[in-house]
Design a protein around this ligand. Structure first.
Ligand SMILES: CC[C@@H](C(=O)O)C(=O)SCCNC(=O)CCNC(=O)[C@H](O)C(C)(C)COP(=O)(O)OP(=O)(O)OC[C@H]1O[C@@H](n2cnc3c(N)ncnc32)[C@H](O)[C@@H]1OP(=O)(O)O
Length: 345
């Protein structure tokens, strides 16, 4: 059992406090004040608790601190990959943060059916970083420009990044970015118009929800490319539609239309007909607003606790839920409601 010497206790506790995770319980808790006073009240942890706690700290650090899912030891040198991708310019990924707390992220490369050039992959990571720092954010609509969603990687870039090593590096870069996108503490919806192909289909799975317009298609064309999803789309698809439907969609490279999307659960809603292109975004924004009405801290906390339930082992998730709860109990939103006549019609 690791001797939980004072230094490591302080180190561990420091990590917990740094993560804003303060456990309360029998002898098990140190307050930030105690830490600054050189706490020695952190009890020696049992081996099992030490392992569990370390894992939950690791989990918590990755979930809450936007850390990379690939450490440098896995060959993921983010700066090196970024430089390689910037060698393939074209298009843009645009972000508008609205006062309503709902942001709009647009994959903008219409001459290429919104295919991701290398520089757009870098821009996507930068936009996700901006959203991670947007404390007022409650919702996000991800869309494509010019009435179509995204046709995956730019094939010109794909042909140029053809070595397995570079392909895997691009894969890790996009997996990391899309995982952080999905973990944003806000409700995200992919507004699918036209086609979402290949990596574009994978991008839809990195949002909490998907809304499809009439005639739109989500298609995992990877098999036709001699590939499997590489941006994390297969992993997320299984969680969304289940393994059988995932096998069908990937193995059959099925063209998922709005009807099949609703049947399988890949689509959470279908937009109304023409002039769809005129108000598709407004419909999506209105749909999202049903879930993002309310104080930003509460909306963001809801996403955090659901994310913990989705990704963490039971006890770590319960602890994360408790800590998020602790940030709201007795907070402004809670006290304001308690001060009024509380009735939920
Ligand atoms: C991990 C997955 C990831 C990867 O492996 O790296 C991928 O996503 S691989 C790419 C997967 N995507 C595709 O294979 C889609 C290829 N494109 C098409 O099938 C069709 O273009 C379309 C999307 C079905 C649209 O067809 P259509 O309406 O007939 O329009 P065009 O074909 O004429 O396209 C207009 C214009 O756009 C260019 N284009 C379209 N998609 C891409 C792309 N992915 N990369 C680069 N360029 C693309 C297309 O070449 C046309 O350009 P011009 O020929 O210059 O007019």
């Amino acid at each position: 059992m690791p001797s939980c010497g004072c230094h490591s206790k302080m180190q561990l506790t420091g990590i917990l406090v740094n993560l804003g995770i303060c456990f309360r319980g029998k002898g098990f808790m140190v307050t930030p004040q105690q830490i600054s006073a050189g706490a020695d009240s952190v009890m020696v942890l049992s081996a099992a608790k030490w392992h569990l706690l370390r894992r939950s700290v690791t989990w918590g650090r990755i979930l809450l601190r936007h850390e990379s899912i690939y450490p440098p030891s896995s060959g993921f040198e983010e700066e090196e990959i970024r430089e390689k991708l910037l060698a393939f310019p074209g298009g843009s990924v645009d972000l508008v943060k609205q006062d309503s707390g709902i942001a709009v992220l647009t994959v903008n490369n219409p001459s290429r059916m919104n295919a991701f050039s290398g520089s757009m992959m870098v821009e996507l990571e930068e936009r996700v970083g901006q959203l991670e720092g947007w404390m007022e954010g409650k919702g996000l609509v991800v869309q494509g420009a010019a009435g179509t969603f995204c046709s995956g990687s730019d094939l010109n870039a794909v042909r140029a990044i053809s070595s397995p090593q570079d392909g895997v590096k691009m894969c890790m870069f996009m997996q990391n970015t899309l995982t952080r996108l999905l973990r944003l503490p806000l409700f995200s919806v992919a507004l699918v118009e036209g086609r979402a192909l290949g990596g574009g289909a994978e991008l839809t799975t990195a949002c909490d929800f998907r809304l499809m317009s009439p005639g739109s298609v989500i298609q995992f064309v990877h098999k036709h490319m001699g590939l499997v999803p590489g941006w994390g789309g297969a992993t997320r698809l299984v969680g969304i539609v289940g393994s059988q439907n995932a096998l069908r969609m990937l193995g059959g490279s099925l063209k998922v239309d709005p009807e099949m999307g609703l049947q399988t659960g890949l689509a959470d809603g279908v937009l109304e007909g023409s002039p769809a292109e005129a108000c598709a975004f407004l419909q999506a924004e209105r749909w999202l607003t049903c879930y993002t009405q309310g104080p930003a801290p509460v909306i963001r906390a809801i996403k955090k606790v659901v994310m913990s339930g989705r990704e963490l082992p039971l006890e770590a998730s319960l602890r994360a839920e408790r800590d998020v709860f602790g940030t709201l109990w007795g907070g402004p939103a809670n006290l304001q409601v308690l001060a009024s006549k509380t009735k939920h019609k």
